[in-house]
Ligand binder design. Structure first.
Ligand SMILES: NC(=O)c1ccc[n+]([C@@H]2O[C@H](COP(=O)([O-])OP(=O)(O)OC[C@H]3O[C@@H](n4cnc5c(N)ncnc54)[C@H](O)[C@@H]3O)[C@@H](O)[C@H]2O)c1
Ligand SMILES: OC[C@H](O)C(O)[C@@H](O)CO
Length: 365
């Protein structure tokens, strides 16, 4: 990586487990509605690590090198001739997926399902961990003066949590259990509280993460005990864990909504066993692609089972509003900050999964 101002230093995932710096040409606007953003802050997401370590998430498979990063904020440095909502100098949160705008999914508002979305750091598309990133102007949300660029980068995971709670139809007075107390899990807990949920419980295997969740938004937290040798099957144990959670937190027949934000097979199964009759189970975590699933329970309890991916119409601006209004304070999530040239160390730290590391930010170059 050089300091040449005519180049675009970038952090590139070249193959599974191998990322390095590259000097790319400064990217050009693709059309009159594009802007060029000078990236200020980028958060590392669990999904970046999935690509780094496994080279795929479901149908998205790494076949060519991609620039990593999709949780970013920055300052607009160039605007296309048709752009009306931004000018040079506007500080923005970047919504990292720009859909085609023409297909039935886009036209119905579910643009998260558009097959032609250009999503940052999702193969084959380059991400935002570079000096500059080109994006459509209407996928940049201007930040109010009192929001800084770190908060701007954290709008992305908040927007994911807004979508996950939307998919779960989380409403006032409900009970919610969230599996996972990483950034996504705790933000789902916090958004649920802001929406008026009466009791929100976080589940995790990391005591440090549970402590954070309790201090951040959850009303209660649960550390699953180890499966005793006397229990025969995983399914039996997951059913037992669900019973323990219901009992410990007085959840009666179970929570109205379960949001799974770990991707761990045991959480998926426990979450289905836990959800109350007629309740909603949301799969947001991404882990093993195929798991054992208590399908009969889902059937006889009339569960609504839904996946959540990215964000739909309105989520991103809602997320900016939640942060700007102070309802969601994202600052406590930031535990580690790295310079751009130390991006490898930043990824290594996330990979090591320390329980006191929540959100790692990489400063722009
Ligand atoms: N669907 C989407 O749109 C979307 C968006 C962003 C992230 N994600 C996914 O959501 C998940 C969470 O993201 P994150 O950034 O918070 O990740 P993270 O890795 O920081 O957090 C995951 C948490 O799950 C916990 N965990 C792991 N195994 C567990 C188990 N068996 N029981 C209980 N807890 C367990 C970990 O201790 C950790 O605290 C990831 O799989 C990520 O890929 C999905
Ligand atoms: O935060 C958004 C998600 O991470 C993305 O949809 C990604 O996982 C798909 O490549």
């Amino acid at each position: 990586m050089t300091n040449n101002t005519e180049l675009n230093p970038a952090f590139v995932l070249k193959a599974i487990g191998h990322a390095d710096f590259e000097d790319r040409p400064i990217p050009k606007l693709r059309d009159a509605w594009d802007v060029r953003v000078h990236i200020a802050q980028t958060g590392i997401c669990g999904s970046d690590l999935h690509y780094y370590d496994n080279g795929r998430i479901g149908d998205f498979v790494l076949t060519t090198p991609i620039i990593l990063g999709h949780e970013s904020s920055g300052t607009v440095v160039e605007v296309g001739s048709a752009v009306k909502n931004l000018k040079v100098g506007t500080r923005v949160a970047i919504e990292p997926g720009v859909p085609c705008r023409h297909c039935d999914y886009c036209r119905s508002g579910s643009y998260n399902l558009c097959p032609d979305t250009i999503f940052a750091a999702t193969p084959p598309w380059d991400g935002t961990l570079a000096k500059y990133y080109i994006v459509a102007a209407d996928y940049c949300i201007p930040l109010p003066d009192y929001m800084d660029l770190e908060q701007g980068a954290l709008v992305e995971p908040v927007a994911c949590a807004v979508q996950m709670t939307k998919v779960g139809n989380v409403r006032a007075n409900q009970t919610i259990v969230v599996f996972g107390c990483g950034p996504i899990g705790v933000l789902c807990q916090k958004v649920s509280k802001v929406y008026g949920a009466k009791k929100v419980i976080g589940v995790d295997i990391s005591q440090g993460r549970l402590d954070f969740a309790k201090s951040y938004g959850a009303d209660g937290v649960f550390l699953p005990p180890k499966k005793p040798a006397t229990v025969n099957t995983d399914n039996e144990w997951n059913e037992e864990l669900a019973r323990m959670i219901k009992e410990e937190f007085n959840l009666g027949d179970g929570p109205d909504v379960v949001i799974e934000a770990t991707g761990a097979a045991s959480c998926i199964s426990t979450g289905v066993h836990l959800t109350k009759k007629g309740g909603t189970y949301v799969q947001a975590g991404m882990g093993k692609e195929v798991v054992e699933f208590p399908i009969t329970v889902a059937c006889i309890r009339d569960l609504t089972i839904r996946g959540s991916i990215r964000y739909t119409t309105g989520c991103y601006s809602t997320a900016v509003d939640l942060v700007a209004s102070g309802k969601i304070d994202v600052k406590p999530l930031v535990t580690n900050r790295f310079k751009f040239e130390d991006a490898k160390d930043a990824f290594q730290l996330v990979r090591e999964k320390h329980e006191n590391v929540i959100k790692v930010l990489i400063q722009g170059v």
